[in-house]
Each structure stands twice: as C-alpha cells, then as structure tokens.
Design a protein. Structure first.
Length: 320
C-alpha cells in the first residue's frame, strides 16, 4: 500500500523552539532532506492550543500545504448573508495571495474547505443555527458554538418546500464556490450526497446513525451537481495554476493574473471600493415563503450573465 502524504494535526507544535513557532525550526529543516518524506504531500492543520501564537496560517515552508480556516470563515459568512468585504472575498477565492504571495508560494498551498470532520456537515450547515450535541452526554456543552451557519428559516428537519428549496440552493452555492476557487478544494465525504449528523458538530464519540453514511437515501440531485462541478474544474486547467492572482487593483498592467477589482457591471473598482464594499449573498429570510424573489444581487447577476452567454455561444454539456 502506498502513502501519498500526511496530515499533521496541531502542526505548529512540530515547529516550536523555545516555546515559539519558528518557520526555520529543526523539524522543517529535516523534512526536505529526507529522501522519502520530501516527496510526500505534507498538509498542516495550522492550529495549536494553549499558546499565544496558536494560529499560524501562512507561516509554513513552501513544501507544505495548509488548511485555510480564513477561507472557511469568509465563505460561510458570505453565504449566510453576513457582511464580507469584496476584497476579502476576492483574496480567499483567488488563492489567498495576501498570505502566500510574499513567500512566493503557489495557490496549492491553500487547502480550501467549508466543512470538515470537525463541525457541521454541509447539510447541517444550512439546516441548523445551533449545535445539537445532546447525544454526546455532556449536556450540549461540547463542540464549538462558532458555526457560522444558517438554517434557512427552520431549525432541523422540515417539510416546508420554500425552506428546502433554499437549503438546496445554499448547498449548491457553497459547493460551487469551493470547487471553483483557486487552491486545493477539500470536500468532506458525504457532503456531495447530503449526509447529516442531525446537528451534532462534535460526533467523534458516535458510532451509530449519527455518523454512519445512509447509502440508501442519497441526494441524487446534489450528487449529480457535484459531479458536474468536478468535471468543470478538471476542464479549466487554470484553476490549480502555478501563480497566485493578486486581488488588488493594478491599473498599469492588463494581465489577467493581476486580478483587478471589478463591479458586477464590469467597471474597474478603486482600492477603497474593493476593500470596503460588502457582499450580500442570500435573501432576507422573511422573503422565504412569501411569494417574493429569493434571488440575491449576486445570484441575479449570475443568471443575467448566463443568459447573455447562452445567447452568444453554443454551450456543450456532457454527462460524463
């Protein structure tokens, strides 16, 4: 059996010398000298515990990849309609050049995630405002309370068609964001088929229906959507590209990789506008079920652009 690589939990602990994180530590010096380990994929969880510098995202050597918690937080906030600056969104979507560009690291340094084994599944992220860990036997005190989730109008299971429709759209929006961003997308197993842990965000201690995969009732529509997204990403070879997109306005250079800030109307934005403009992504929950449009400004622009594109060129799709 071959091993492609290793994920290091609490990775900053490996680089502590005299109590502080040190990017030039002895451990990091030894890794590239080892004939086997130096060829493996090395992935760091850049969180540590009990230290002043317990979050060291962006500080690992070039051969390492890092779980990007900032990407997770920004994208969760965006799709639950919490204010997110356009510049912040663009930085995360385009490979987090603010964290990796100075060290000349590539977009592959950023492992983008929205959900992971710790916390809510994607289905639960759009179905619960609060954790429901009563089954863990700690009176719901365990697990994080910072979930950045939105239940779309009802807590937990519901048969309200408007809420279910919005949850389906929210799930697809986050999957599309993840798979179309620069960097390495990390998809939690089961998210593609709508797996739920019934609102439990700390289910490590459960070996039962809470954590098991229900293969008999997959969300086939979501599964097919995910397949098509992966196929699209594979077709567009620039996504895992070797250069980071700089997301600040760059008026002297017309090159695409300079990542000029632009409005949805197609006009170049100033630095102040790029940094300060907040994005809103989802409708007011009061609009759900009241006959009003559920389309956000972003979604409306995407629909409008899609219609223009279909009118201007033939679109070929594949079931492969």
């Amino acid at each position: 059996m071959a091993v492609d690589g290793f994920r290091f939990d609490l990775a900053p602990a490996l680089a502590r010398q005299e109590g502080e994180f040190e990017a030039r530590s002895a451990f990091f010096d030894l890794v590239p000298q080892d004939p086997v380990v130096s060829r493996a994929k090395l992935v760091a969880e850049p969180w540590d515990v009990g230290q002043m510098d317990s979050y060291d995202l962006g500080r690992f050597p070039p051969v390492w990849r890092e779980w990007n918690g900032k990407y997770r937080d920004v994208m969760r906030d965006l799709w639950r309609s919490h204010p997110v600056g356009l510049g912040e969104f663009a930085s995360r979507f385009c490979g987090s050049s603010d964290m990796y560009g100075r060290a000349r690291r590539r977009p592959a340094a950023s492992v983008n995630l929205i959900t992971v084994h710790d916390g809510f599944t994607l289905r639960d992220l759009v179905s619960y405002n609060d954790k429901h860990n009563e089954a863990n036997g700690e009176s719901n005190r365990d697990g994080t309370g910072d979930n950045r989730s939105w239940n779309c109008g009802a807590e937990g299971p519901t048969d309200d068609p408007a809420v279910l429709n919005l949850r389906a759209r929210q799930s697809r929006a986050m999957l599309a964001t993840l798979l179309l961003s620069f960097g390495i997308p990390m998809l939690l197993g089961g998210d593609e088929m709508g797996r739920t842990q019934q609102g439990n965000n700390n289910a490590y201690c459960q070996d039962n229906e809470i954590t098991w995969f229900d293969w008999s009732q997959p969300d086939t529509g979501l599964l097919e959507f995910t397949r098509r997204l992966i196929a699209l990403r594979n077709l567009v070879v620039e996504f895992p590209g070797s250069r980071l997109a700089r997301t600040r306005p760059c008026p002297r250079s017309p090159r695409a990789e300079d990542g000029r800030g632009g409005s949805v109307e197609g006009f170049e934005m100033s630095t102040s506008s790029t940094e300060s403009q907040a994005l809103g992504s989802v409708p007011d929950p009061r609009a759900v079920g009241e006959g009003r449009s559920n389309d956000s400004p972003i979604q409306s622009q995407i629909v409008s652009m899609s219609k223009r594109n279909r009118a201007n060129r033939k679109v070929v799709t594949s079931d492969a």
